[in-house]
Design a protein around this ligand. Structure first.
Ligand code: SF4
Ligand code: SF4
Length: 391
């Protein structure tokens, strides 16, 4: 059996600076390439500085991941920055366009609503049955709505092919907000959480997909999305829109702020988000996964305590694997002192160099994070600068 062989360590703190630098070079060039349109097209110092800062930021974090052998800590710095800065850039551009973060009904009718990838699963049944997209945005980008349906679905599709469910820890700016809040708490106030809560997002997905098809509107978007609180929402004009506003803010306060602080888990992502459940399905076709080498594992539970979404449980560890909702954040691997939790490429031997599997995954994940998140970060930094400069 492969598991009785000597496996190369996946803790390359032993790896030399030169090798880590060499392996980082392609990612540095990729980051430069991604920022090239900004570096070329913009001539103001703020935009140039923001683009260069993003290149340095993404490259330095990638280098640290290679040099230390740790994934979670360095990825989290990027991810939290993305989560916190995204609303700044997004809201600044909305306010510049409309003067407000609420969408008046006239703008919805005109198709000026930015498309949100979270709506994707809710579009499928109505689109298949009636060839209608039940979202009030425009299919192609317009001067007043660059986040069109085609642009956002194209981006989501490309990222999902490469990342699978890892979308939720390398691309979803909403998750970064929760992860930031969870990081603030020194220790969890609530430690015991029933692992069956991780099934709730599947139920929410089923209900929202069916209700969206029945009501012919994206139900999660109109009634349940906590992130409306930091992006955009319907203009409050009557009892219904007032009620929606209260629901959005309450869910945000509970699932994105209070519970992550108390549990140090990503409670919205792990225990509610229907899009997260939908994204889990793509783990089936993604070639990267986390496995547990039973020959090394001492059942200490450190991986389970570290996991932000309870995707690894005592039961899954006994079977040498993680659950379908694993978002490949790497926290369990980093927490395992026995090198039993491993990065793995499906179809290869468990012993086949886990660090190489991690490296392969990281090249894809970080390239996507730089392409998508990097441009969000650069735009948001510029918006932040102008906000601060205006006082
Ligand atoms: S942290 Fe490592 S040794 Fe401990 S239970 Fe998890 S896989 Fe096993
Ligand atoms: S199982 Fe490991 S990699 Fe997957 S979400 Fe949990 S901590 Fe992250």
């Amino acid at each position: 059996m492969a598991s009785s062989m000597v496996r190369p360590t996946q803790r390359p703190a032993l790896r030399g600076v030169g090798r880590a630098l060499l392996l980082t070079t392609p990612m540095a060039l990729w980051a430069l390439l991604m920022m090239t349109p900004r570096l070329r097209a913009e001539h103001d110092a703020v935009t140039l500085t923001a683009a260069l800062a993003v290149v340095v930021f993404m490259t330095a974090l990638f280098y640290k991941m290679l040099r230390t052998g740790e994934t979670y800590r360095w990825r989290r710095i990027f991810f939290v920055a993305l989560g916190l800065l995204f609303p700044v850039g997004f809201l600044s551009s909305l306010i510049a366009l409309r003067g407000s973060m609420s969408i008046p009904i006239e703008h919805i009718v005109a198709g000026d609503t930015p498309f949100c990838f979270m709506v994707t699963p809710m579009l499928l049944i109505p689109a298949a049955l009636t060839k209608t997209l039940i979202f009030p945005g425009s299919i192609l980008a317009t001067p007043t709505n660059p986040h069109s349906i085609a642009v956002m679905i194209g981006l989501w599709g490309a990222l999902t092919l490469v990342l699978g469910k890892a979308w939720c820890s390398y691309a979803c700016f909403f998750g970064g907000i929760e992860e930031g809040v969870a990081a603030v708490a020194k220790r969890p106030r609530i430690r015991k959480i029933d692992a069956r809560f991780r099934m709730v997002p599947w139920a929410v997905l089923l209900v929202t997909v069916l209700l969206s098809a029945a009501l012919f509107e994206p139900f999660y978007c109109t009634w349940l999305c906590p992130f409306k609180t930091v992006t955009e929402f319907f203009e409050v004009r009557n009892v219904t829109t007032a009620l929606q506003f209260v629901v959005f803010v309450s869910l945000f306060a509970g699932l994105v702020v209070v519970l992550p602080f108390l549990t140090k888990k990503r409670t919205q992502c792990g225990f509610f988000c229907p899009f997260g459940a939908f994204q889990s399905l793509f783990n089936k076709i993604n070639i990267f996964e986390i496995r547990v080498d039973r020959a090394q594992c001492v059942d200490c539970g450190a991986c389970q305590r570290a996991c932000p979404t309870m995707a690894i449980t005592a039961e899954s560890v006994r079977e040498g694997k993680v659950h379908l909702n694993c978002m490949k954040c790497g926290a369990c691997v980093d927490a395992c002192k026995k090198d039993a939790a491993l990065w793995h490429v499906k179809g290869t031997s468990l012993m086949a160099r886990p660090e190489r599997a991690r490296l392969l995954f990281l090249y894809g994940a970080w390239a996507m994070a730089t392409m998508f998140g990097g441009s969000v970060l650069a735009g948001s930094l510029v918006a932040l600068w102008h906000l601060v400069a205006r006082g």
